[in-house]
Design a protein around this ligand. Structure first.
Ligand code: ZN
Length: 669
């Protein structure tokens, strides 16, 4: 087998916020690919990192009153800590504020500013850019992209600003034919196929030149020809893929992993495919460098059928899940549940089901039965070696091919097929009966050696996705740290006579009832003088299949239909952010406070039963959430126009609020 060279990357993640589940999803899949290819014997460099420049970072740092670099250091540190906790084994971590990166960008610029297009024009020119600009996206928006009225950015729900400036432009339009040929010929292979067609459709519409600098932004890499400009994200961020390898110094590592013979691959989310399949190869070709050879775009995660969004609270906290179910279980569920490339819907009960059925039951049981039998019948040692035998031969190349195609769910389906076959094989062979007959000792020995090898190979094949559990299996088999039996799936590497390690449960079963709510949102109660029912809808994702081989597990019961409300019922409530301008106790009531509110500039009065928990002085200036379209009511003779949201803890109200400042009048949904 020839040793191949793979360089692959995640996108670099923007430090405008801490990591979310989408980042974790992409990075876990990239890590699994790296591990699978290393296991297959390839030379791999897996890169991730953070994108740290631009107007957004400038703004956030200003708001927080810290230096941009300190802010970037902090958030980049959060990403690194998460990757460590999720067992991500990268070979390089690039930050766009690294000196190595800055030098690389300047070297690339030297090539670009002198470059000629295929038809002999300057590849870079000065031009005027004008348009509607969303500073949060750091992008100009077309009329089609904005919501009307008000030229609103659909991603940020804020108005775009009309912006005009002189910029440096890259003449992408002159690379139309070159790029189309690169894509059609599969010299740059775009997968899944639907994404390739999407990019070709964009090419067909005619490629537009794009701006590669920004005036007015200071937090970035200044352009030597005009230091009042910094490089815009297309040059600053995309170039990380080569600067990280040492492009600035033409290092041996760069030559090897971005060389003609290397697989130069980007794994990205589908929303940034144009930039990776058109802008980036365009820039590289202009600079006389190799374009990527492969781009893979994955789909989006939703939760309970809805887009993940911090503002609506529909989030998946990977860290919380990993703490509850184990890192390997999260990695496994993310990659097993849906073919990588497709959109998919996360549900915690689905994760719990997979944990119990695939990990605890199928794989965990196989390992513990096998090792228990070897311990019992072979005196805690690996039995004498035999030839492979036809039963349950594992087609390792087929599994590696699925990993290589980033069809991780197919690789896992195949491995779990072998696991299930092995469990059946044990039942059919009934080694406990074979052991009763001394004349069949050789048969028993052969069966147990083959079984031990199957377990070892299946653990290895699953190790890209569940690395720490696979490592535990190899430890239980007693395989020394330096043994090739830990890194090669070739037959017969288990050494006969080798003592087993201590046998420990691999995936202890979890009680589904307890497991279910870990990362669900907390419910709050609407509280007024009288307590009302919780307003959040209960989770509706019931179990997909009944848990096998157990009588203890209880799935979360789906609430009866009549208790569920449709989204329209929730939408009928007008929840608003309000600021308390004045507060006083109501005479004759221990519980009630009269609050004067500002709701987006409109005054309003409500009465609320929070006086036992909050003094009037504590309330003034506070931001609260109210139901604004509640029928007016009179409490102790005082008019109340709406009610506020609070939870009740030990009989006392705790107000609902926001983690950041939100303008009064904002709708809560
Ligand atoms: Zn925006």
């Amino acid at each position: 087998m020839t040793k191949r060279t793979l360089f692959h990357t995640t996108p670099i993640y923007y430090v405008n916020d801490v990591p979310h589940a989408g980042h974790a999803y992409c990075t876990i899949a990239s890590d699994a690919l790296a591990r699978a290819r290393r296991l297959h014997g390839d030379d791999v460099f897996f890169l991730t990192g953070t994108d740290e420049h631009g107007q957004n970072i400038e703004r956030i740092a200003r708001e927080k009153g810290v230096h941009e670099q300190d802010y970037c250091d902090q958030v980049s540190g959060v990403f690194k800590a998460l990757w460590a906790s999720l067992d991500i084994q990268y070979d390089g971590y690039i930050r766009t504020t690294d000196e190595l990166h800055k030098r690389g960008v300047l070297k690339l610029w030297e090539k670009l500013r002198l470059a000629k297009t295929p038809d002999g024009q300057d590849a870079v020119y000065r031009g005027k850019y004008a348009g509607w600009y969303c500073p949060r996206c750091e992008a100009f928006k077309t009329d089609d992209e904005m919501k009307q009225p008000g030229n609103i950015c659909p991603d940020h729900e804020r108005p775009c600003e009309w912006t005009e400036e002189e910029n440096f432009f890259f003449r992408l339009s002159a690379y139309q034919t070159v790029l189309e040929d690169l894509i059609r010929s599969d010299r740059m292979k775009i997968a899944p196929e639907s994404r390739k067609n999407e990019v070709l459709a964009v090419v067909k519409q005619g490629l537009q030149d794009f701006s590669i600098s920004r005036a007015r932004v200071k937090w970035g890499i200044p352009i030597p020809d005009d230091p009042s400009h910094v490089f815009y994200v297309w040059v600053d961020a995309l170039s990380n893929y080569i600067t990280a390898l040492g492009y600035a110094d033409d290092s041996p590592q760069y030559q090897k992993f971005w060389g003609q013979d290397a697989e130069r691959m980007h794994i990205i989310g589908k929303e940034i495919i144009r930039f990776h399949c058109l802008y980036w190869p365009g820039l590289l070709i202009a600079a006389g460098l190799n374009p990527p050879s492969r781009v893979f775009a994955h789909g989006w995660m939703t939760k309970d059928g809805k887009k993940l969004s911090k503002s609506t609270g529909n989030i998946i906290d990977t860290k919380v899940l990993a703490d509850q179910y184990g890192v390997d279980a999260v990695r496994y569920y993310f990659l097993r549940e849906t073919s990588f490339g497709q959109d998919w819907d996360f549900s915690e009960s689905g994760l719990a089901q997979r944990y119990n059925s695939d990990l605890a039951n199928d794989f965990g049981n196989l390992v513990s039965r096998s090792l228990t039998m070897i311990a019992k019948y072979c005196d805690l040692k690996i039995p004498a070696k035999v030839e492979e035998g036809a039963e349950l031969r594992v087609n390792t190349e087929s599994v590696f091919a699925a990993y290589e195609a980033l069809n991780v769910s197919a690789a896992l389906t195949e491995i779990w097929g072998y696991i299930s076959d092995a469990n059946q094989w044990i039942v059919q062979t009934a080694p406990w009966n074979v052991a009763k007959d001394p004349a069949r000792a050789a048969e028993l020995n052969a069966f147990l050696y083959r079984l031990a090898e199957r377990v070892r190979v299946l653990a290895l094949l699953a190790s890209p996705v569940i690395p720490s559990s696979a490592g535990k299996v190899l430890d239980m088999l007693g395989i020394p740290k330096e043994s090739p039996a830990r890194t090669s799936a070739a037959w017969g590497l288990l050494a006969p006579g080798q003592p087993l390690g201590p046998i420990t449960p691999l995936f202890p079963r979890i009680e589904l009832k307890k497991a279910a709510p870990a990362a669900e949102e907390k419910t709050h109660t609407v509280n007024d003088d009288k307590e009302l029912a919780p307003t959040t809808a209960p989770a509706t994702d019931g179990p997909k299949q009944s848990p096998p081989l157990t009588t203890t597990a209880t799935a979360p019961a789906a609430p009866p239909e009549s208790e569920l409300v449709g989204i329209e019922a929730f939408g009928a409530l007008d929840l608003r952010v309000a600021r308390v301008t004045a507060a006083e106790k109501i005479k004759g009531s221990k519980k009630l406070l009269k609050l004067q509110l500002d709701v987006g500039g409109v005054p309003r009065q409500i009465v609320s039963g929070i006086a036992e928990a909050y003094e009037p002085e504590q309330m003034v200036g506070r931001t609260i959430i109210i139901i604004a379209n509640l029928k007016p009511a009179k409490l102790m003779g005082v008019e109340s126009h709406g009610m506020l949201l609070a939870a009740t803890v030990d009989g006392k109200a705790v107000l609902a609020g926001f983690e950041k400042d939100v303008p009064s009048g904002t709708r809560v949904k």
